[in-house]
Design a protein around this ligand. Structure first.
Ligand code: HEM
Length: 494
């Protein structure tokens, strides 16, 4: 008995200081809030939820429902479009206001930096495009953006995408006519991604990249503990192996470049980053270091790897559920195919991109799917936006899905209605449609993604009819299909 009492005392004595620290932090946050409520700018209203866990449980629970924005909607109705909360161990301002989101994305005065969970920052490294800031970020972002947008690149990559898509689709018939769209689209887009970034084609090198990259990204959302055997540790090891291989490719490329004077347009992201000399006259000194390039090549795979196949899969899902839209899409694409067959002309990237209904199907898929539902930033100083104060050090979540699913912006927002884009057309403000983000970090893969999805849809609908089994969309922690969207395919009778 005596021993029990003394044990309890030990626990109390050890635990009290921890409680005291949390209490102090809590009080400090509250004091900050009260003090800053001056000058016409106020910290947004909201609730801190439970001590320590804040409102994390409700946030995650909503993520598992078919309406993940319900967490935002509830607070929006209580506190307004911008509110504060405490989730995942952080004091956060959540914006569901299109104008505030635009200002956060524009980031004039460089007041915000990206803010990712600890496991992600560990895996990315400080010099990843996703984390870096300032002039180096501007330089790398512009280099990649200009390359991916250039007509020469789009024209060349169109051939590659067509080849990969046609080859994959032709293999589908060998798979007892049933395929899992989510798996198949992942294979297609990974092959394209590694071509775009490092010109690696099918074979041993690509299989190695795929295997190790999958191991690497498993650790993006995990406990941030870096001990042998932990998830994070295994992912970091996979990154080391990836870096070794990419380093080798880059060194070979650099040697080849030094031997030949001739340099045509860049073939891939490695060429782009290797050739750049910055703004300086002292050329050599301002080339990007090789380690920096290899790290960035791997890290640039992250935003492209899951997003495009998810968009393709969800487009198929929405079309399955909307036969009228599918019939319309088929008509439009059949017309293009017939024209091309008759003239024996090759397709150009502009052929795919100028199919208006197909583009509307893609926009509607991106709006409804909300593949990247928000971006996270951290305020480096006190920021005043539209009457609100975002205190220095706080995180800000600019929610895209709240804007995409708001009936003030889109009539019947939960309906898949590609025709809405014809009505709103160019009138739609870019503030209320941000699947690719905006401002300084607007996705450089925007046009490439649309091109990939267009080519995939074109060849899919003009090659096969399909029937899908029942499946549902999961939104947490990332958007995907619960059963990977199994479909049964039949060749299209012409
Ligand atoms: C449907 C497909 C895609 C979606 C929905 C998407 C969405 C986004 C979003 C929302 C951001 C902004 C992140 C932020 O502001 O913090 C972003 C950034 C980025 N995306 Fe994409 N993305 C897609 C495809 C791609 C592809 C195919 C690539 C690569 C080839 C790519 C490369 C990047 C890179 C490098 C960034 C970082 C830009 C920077 O921070 O400067 N994305 N993407």
């Amino acid at each position: 008995m005596g021993c029990l009492i003394s044990d309890s005392w030990v626990v109390v004595v050890l635990f009290l200081p921890v409680l005291w620290v949390f209490y102090k932090v809590w009080m400090m946050m509250r004091r900050n809030e009260v003090e800053r409520n001056g000058g016409g700018f106020a910290v947004p209203r909201g609730s801190w939820g439970w001590p320590l866990i804040g409102e994390t449980l409700e946030f995650i629970a909503c993520g598992y429902t078919s309406k993940p924005v319900s967490f935002m909607d509830k607070r929006k109705s209580l506190y307004g479009n911008v509110f504060r909360t405490h989730i995942l161990g952080k004091a956060i301002v959540v914006s569901t206001d299109a104008e505030v989101n635009r200002m956060i994305l524009q980031n004039h005065g460089n007041a915000f930096i990206p803010c990712y969970p600890k496991s992600i920052t560990e895996l990315l490294g400080k010099s990843s495009i996703l984390q870096m800031n300032g002039s180096l970020h501007k330089r790398v972002h512009a280099l990649i953006g200009v390359f991916l947008k250039s007509p020469q690149f789009k024209s060349r990559i169109t051939r590659d995408i067509e080849n990969v898509v046609r080859f994959s689709l032709s293999n589908w018939m060998n798979k007892s006519c049933q395929v899992y769209v989510q798996d198949e689209t992942k294979k297609i887009t990974f092959e394209i991604l590694v071509r775009v970034l490092l010109s690696v084609g099918p074979g041993e090198e690509m299989n190695f990249l795929k295997r190790e990259f999958e191991e690497f990204i498993k650790g993006l959302i995990c406990l941030p503990i870096k001990l042998p055997g932990t998830r994070l540790y295994k992912s970091l090891k996979a990154k080391e192996r990836l870096l070794k291989m990419v380093n080798k490719i880059i060194k070979e490329r650099k040697n080849a470049m030094e031997k030949t004077e001739e340099s045509g347009p860049p073939n891939d992201a490695i060429d782009v980053l290797l050739r750049d000399t910055g703004d300086s006259d002292e050329m050599q000194q301002h080339r990007l270091p090789l380690d920096f390039i290899s790290g960035n090549i791997i890290e640039m795979m992250i935003p492209g790897e899951e997003t495009v196949p998810t968009a393709m899969t969800l487009a198929v899902k929405f079309l399955v559920d909307n036969p009228v839209a599918l019939a319309h899409l088929l008509d439009e694409n059949m017309e293009l195919k017939t024209r091309k067959d008759q003239t024996c002309e090759e397709y150009s990237w502009t052929d795919y991109m100028s199919l208006p209904f197909t583009q509307d199907v893609i926009s509607e898929t991106l709006r409804l799917a909300n593949i990247i539902n928000a971006v996270w930033r951290k305020a480096l100083k006190d920021v005043k936006i539209k009457g609100y104060l975002i205190p220095k050090g706080w995180c800000v979540l600019a929610s895209f899905s709240s804007i995409h699913m708001d009936e003030m912006n889109y009539e019947n927002p939960y309906e898949f209605d590609p025709w809405r884009w014809k009505k709103v057309g160019a009138a739609i403000s870019s503030n209320i449609f941000t699947p690719f983000g905006g401002g300084q970090r607007l996705c450089p893969g925007l046009e490439l993604s649309r091109l990939e999805i267009s080519i995939f849809l074109h060849h899919l609908v003009t090659t096969y009819r399909w029937a899908a089994e029942k499946d549902e969309i999961i939104y947490f922690p990332t958007v995907r299909m619960k059963r990977k969207l199994p479909i049964t395919i039949m060749p299209l009778q012409q």
